[in-house]
Design a protein around this ligand. Structure first.
Ligand code: NAP
Ligand code: MG
Length: 408
C-alpha cells in the first residue's frame, strides 16, 4: 500500500454512545487509519465520562473546536429519566448538541445523500434539499414555568430591566382573572447577532453551492419575533448578496412557513431551505425520511466565526446496540457517521492546504456510494432499494466492503 496521508492540525474528535460508538471505532480502524496518519484531539462524550466530569468534557470539547476549527462528533445520548436510572447519573445532563451549539453558535446544514436504487417517497424530488437550521436560541434556550399550586392564579408578564434600572412590562396572561387558574408559560429569546450570522451562513452556502435559498417564518402572527428574522434576512440579502446572487443566477425568497412547506413538497428539490431552530429540527427528520433514511443525511454545524462541526443526523440507535450487546448480528447504517468523518477530513484538508486529504474524502464517499449501488447495503436501505440484486449485510461487513472498494 502507498504511504499514509499526513495531517498537520488535529481534528477534534468527540466520541459518543451505544451503537454509534461501536461504528465510530470500526470506521477509524477499517476505513481511515489504513490510509491516513490520523491526528485527533480525543474527547469522550460517552455518558460515563460526562458523568465522571459532570459534563465538563462537553464544554472542553466545544472549546477545543473553537481553538482548532474542525470537529467530528459521534451521536450521544441525551439523558431522560430512564437514562438517569440506566447509567446511574447524578444529574439529567443537557443535550451535548445543545451545549455545543450554544457555545459555537451557528447554522446546521443537513443534506440527504442520494444513491441509485433508493427512490424518494416524494416522486417529484429529484435533487437534494438542504435544510439550514438556525442552531441557536428559541425553545432550545427557553425558560419555562408551570403555573399551578402556589402559582395558580398568577399574573404572567414579560419584564425588561435596563442596566440603568428602567423597566418595561407586557402582560402575557393573567391566570387570576375569570378564566382557568393553572397552565404553562415560556420565555424565549434570540439575538440580532445570531440571526445575522444565520442569514450570512445560509447566503454564503447558497452562493457556494449555487442553489436558491428559501426562508419561511410566521411573521403574520409573530409580528415582532418572527418579523425580526425576516427583516434581518432582507437587510443582509439586499446589503451583501443581491448582486452576487444575480451573477450566480440564484434567488432568495421569503414566504410564510406554511406556504414554504407546501412548496417544498411540490418542488423538485435542489435548494437550501433556511429554517428556524424548531422548524429545522422537525423538518430535517421529515426530509431525511422522505429521501430514504435518517442514516443517509450529512450534518454540519457552521459557525460564523469559522468553526465547523460534522456529525450524523441520527441518534445512537439504541435498539441495535442492545442486540449487539446480546451478541446478535446488527445491520446498522454507518453512512451518516462515515460522511461526518469525510466532511471533517475534507474541511481540515482545505484549511491546512492538504489536497490529498480532500481527495481521500472524495474517494471514500464514492466507494461508500458505489458499495450501495452495487447492491451491498444495510437493512434500513435493503427494504427501500429498488435494485434487483440487493444483499443485506451486517454492520461491519458493510464497512469491510467499502474498504475493499478503496483498494481495488
Ligand atoms: P435513533 O438512534 O435515531 O434511532 C431510531 C430508530 O431509527 C432506530 O431504532 C432505527 O430503526 C432507525 N435508525 C436510526 N439510525 C439508524 C442507522 N444508522 N441505521 C439503521 N437504522 C437507524 O433515535 P432514538 O432511538 O430515538 O434515540 C436513541 C438515543 O439517541 C437517545 O438517547 C437520544 O437521546 C439520542 N439522540 C442523539 C442524537 C445526536 O447525538 N445527534 C440525535 C437524536 C437522538 P429500527 O429500530 O426500526 O431499526
Ligand atoms: Mg430532531
Amino acid at each position: 500500500m502507498s504511504e499514509k496521508i499526513a495531517m498537520t492540525t488535529p481534528l477534534v474528535e468527540l466520541d459518543g454512545d451505544e451503537m454509534t460508538r461501536v461504528i465510530w471505532a470500526w470506521i477509524k480502524e477499517i476505513l481511515i487509519e489504513p490510509f491516513v496518519q490520523l491526528k485527533t484531539l480525543y474527547f469522550d462524550l460517552g455518558l460515563a465520562e460526562r458523568e465522571r466530569t459532570h459534563d465538563e468534557v462537553t464544554i472542553q470539547a466545544s472549546e477545543a473546536i473553537k481553538r482548532f476549527g474542525v470537529g467530528v462528533k459521534c451521536a450521544t445520548i441525551t439523558p431522560n429519566a430512564e437514562r438517569v436510572e440506566e447509567y446511574g447519573l447524578s444529574e439529567m445532563y443537557r443535550s451535548p448538541n445543545g451545549t455545543i451549539r450554544a457555545i459555537l453558535d451557528g447554522t446546521v446544514f443537513r443534506t440527504p445523500i442520494l444513491t441509485r436504487g433508493i427512490v424518494p417517497y416524494i416522486a417529484n424530488w429529484r435533487k437534494p434539499i438542504t435544510i439550514a437550521r438556525h442552531a441557536y436560541g428559541d425553545i432550545y434556550r427557553s425558560c419555562e414555568m408551570r403555573v399551578a399550586d402556589e402559582l395558580a392564579g398568577a399574573k404572567l408578564e414579560l419584564v425588561a430591566t435596563t442596566p440603568g434600572g428602567k423597566e418595561q412590562r407586557a402582560l402575557i396572561y393573567d391566570f387570576g382573572t375569570a378564566g382557568p387558574s393553572t397552565g404553562i408559560v415560556q420565555g424565549i429569546h434570540n439575538t440580532d447577532e445570531s440571526i445575522e450570522a444565520f442569514a450570512h451562513a445560509c447566503m454564503a452556502f447558497a452562493l457556494e453551492s449555487k442553489q436558491d435559498l428559501w426562508f419561511g417564518a410566521k411573521d403574520t402572527i409573530s409580528k415582532t419575533y418572527d418579523r425580526r428574522f425576516r427583516d434581518i434576512f432582507d437587510e443582509i440579502f439586499w446589503g451583501h448578496y443581491k448582486q452576487r446572487f444575480d451573477a450566480a443566477g440564484i434567488e432568495y425568497f421569503y414566504t410564510l412557513i406554511d406556504d414554504a412547506v407546501a412548496r417544498v413538497i411540490r418542488s423538485e428539490g435542489g435548494f437550501i431551505w433556511a429554517c428556524r431552530n424548531y422548524d429545522g429540527d422537525v423538518m430535517s427528520d421529515m426530509v431525511a425520511t422522505a429521501f430514504g433514511s435518517l442514516a443517509m443525511m450529512t450534518s454540519v454545524l457552521v459557525s460564523h466565526k469559522g468553526y465547523f462541526e460534522y456529525e450524523a443526523a441520527h441518534g445512537t440507535v439504541q435498539r441495535h446496540y442492545y442486540q449487539h450487546l446480546a451478541g446478535k448480528e446488527t445491520s446498522t447504517n454507518s453512512v451518516a457517521t462515515l460522511f461526518a468523518w469525510t466532511g471533517a477530513l475534507r474541511k481540515r484538508g482545505e484549511l491546512d492546504r492538504l489536497p490529498q486529504l480532500g481527495a481521500f474524502a472524495d474517494k471514500l464517499e464514492a466507494a461508500c456510494k458505489a458499495t450501495i449501488e452495487s447492491g451491498v447495503m444495510t437493512g434500513d436501505l435493503f427494504v427501500l432499494s429498488t435494485l434487483p440484486h440487493k444483499q443485506k449485510v451486517d454492520t461491519k461487513t458493510f464497512l469491510v466492503e467499502v474498504a475493499r472498494r478503496m483498494t481495488e
